[in-house]
Design a protein around this ligand. Structure first.
Ligand code: HEC
Length: 163
């Protein structure tokens, strides 16, 4: 009469083992993405930051076009996308700030400069003040370049491996 109970116990033990193996396999495949997911010659997954940067780049290009056409309404639309660009997911932020360490303040201040200059650009565009739009656009560009000159190469080396 103990037979059914015993086989049920065996079933429970086995299914637990199966679940453990499945979870482990998922964790491993997530932690070490295969070559098909690689975004880089070194095999490293691209940071979410890179995509955010690419969007910043295309919004800056679109702004140049809008300035050429003196399309201030479009600059008003584009400026907040530059000012309030999305942040990377929390886990990536933790990786980035752990890497930055004592340089975190400098990194953040470049980002704050981007934010502040892009908002000034929006306000200038809202009053159709072309000269002020161009001045604040230049300040946005200085903030991009400032951060890139200080951090981009070391970031790429650290997160993707030296090339
Ligand atoms: C606070 C620092 C910081 C600021 C400010 C910043 N960037 Fe970047 N940017 C980076 C870092 C770090 C990388 C390298 C990211 C990577 O390769 O994953 C990068 C990379 C890029 C790239 C290359 C993306 C690629 O495909 O390799 C572009 C384009 C870019 N940024 C545009 C901009 C523009 C435009 C601005 C200003 C509106 C800007 N960035 C402001 C830190 C910054």
């Amino acid at each position: 009469m103990t037979q059914p109970l015993q086989s049920q116990e065996n079933f429970m033990t086995n299914s637990k083992a199966v679940i453990t193996i499945t979870v482990a396999a998922c964790l491993i495949s997530g932690a070490f993405p295969g070559p098909t997911q690689a975004g880089d010659a070194t095999g490293a997954q691209p940071l979410a930051l890179r995509k955010i940067m690419q969007e910043l780049g295309s919004n800056m290009q679109a702004t140049t076009g809008a300035i050429s056409r003196e399309d201030w309404a479009q600059v008003v639309q584009l400026a907040p996308k530059i000012a309030a660009h999305p942040a990377p997911p929390l886990t990536e932020k933790i990786r980035i700030f752990a890497y930055l360490g004592a340089d975190a303040g400098r990194f953040r201040s470049f980002d704050a400069q981007t934010h502040e200059a892009a908002l000034a650009m929006k306000q200038a565009a809202a009053r159709s003040d072309g000269k002020a739009v161009i001045e604040s656009f230049a300040r946005v560009q200085e903030s991009c370049m400032g951060c890139h000159q200080a951090f981009r190469k070391p970031f790429v080396e650290h997160f993707y491996g030296a090339r």
